[in-house]
Design a protein around this ligand. Structure first.
Ligand SMILES: CC(C)(COP(=O)(O)OP(=O)(O)OC[C@H]1O[C@@H](n2cnc3c(N)ncnc32)[C@H](O)[C@@H]1OP(=O)(O)O)[C@@H](O)C(=O)NCCC(=O)NCCS
Length: 148
């Protein structure tokens, strides 16, 4: 079904991590990962929410969360555990999510909000094709145009 998480064969990425869509069975561990990175977060969990996870030696070390909205997709969260940063994992997670979005929702644009002070995340998103849409003071809104 459109927008519903599905089991997908894991792919090797840079380093030794594999990236795949999280299944229902993964959600407790995904929640722990998100909590360790964003203690204030309350992860959404519905058929509109798709979580991609990076897994290494049986543990999750990074995630990206995409939420299906009425007429667009929102990238709602991205995080990589500190010990796994700076080796391309964050970029690989976003790239996987964007490829999935292009395949499953080709008519929808993808957007996200990021704090203007989060230079590393902004740099990553710009490299993945996002452009600055608007600045609402507390956050930049970045948009990635839908593919032609
Ligand atoms: C942002 C985050 C996901 C990046 O993950 P990562 O795996 O270290 O990122 P990558 O190694 O894939 O780096 C991709 C690009 O991001 C940028 N980047 C990553 N770390 C950076 C840093 N410390 N300083 C500046 N730019 C950085 C660079 O443009 C980099 O490209 P390059 O390798 O060509 O220089 C990670 O730092 C993180 O989890 N931060 C805390 C949570 C967070 O801020 N999430 C985003 C919320 S919107």
């Amino acid at each position: 079904m459109e927008g519903k998480p599905a089991v997908r064969k894991a792919k090797a990425t840079e380093g030794k991590s594999a990236i795949r869509i999280a299944t229902e069975n993964d959600f407790v561990e995904v929640g722990k990962l998100i909590y360790s990175l964003f203690p204030e977060a309350r992860p959404l969990h519905s058929e509109k929410d798709v979580y991609f996870v990076a897994e290494e030696k049986g543990s999750f070390c990074g995630f990206v969360h995409v939420r299906l909205l009425r007429s667009s997709l929102e990238l709602q969260g991205l995080g990589v555990l500190p010990a796994f940063r700076d080796r391309g994992l964050g970029k690989a997670l976003v790239s996987h999510a964007l490829k999935w979005a292009e395949k499953t929702h080709p008519h929808l644009s993808v957007h996200l909000k990021v704090k203007p002070t989060n230079a590393s995340a902004i740099s990553l998103y710009l490299k993945e094709g996002f452009v600055v849409g608007q600045d609402d003071g507390d956050a930049f809104k970045l948009v990635r145009a839908k593919p032609n």
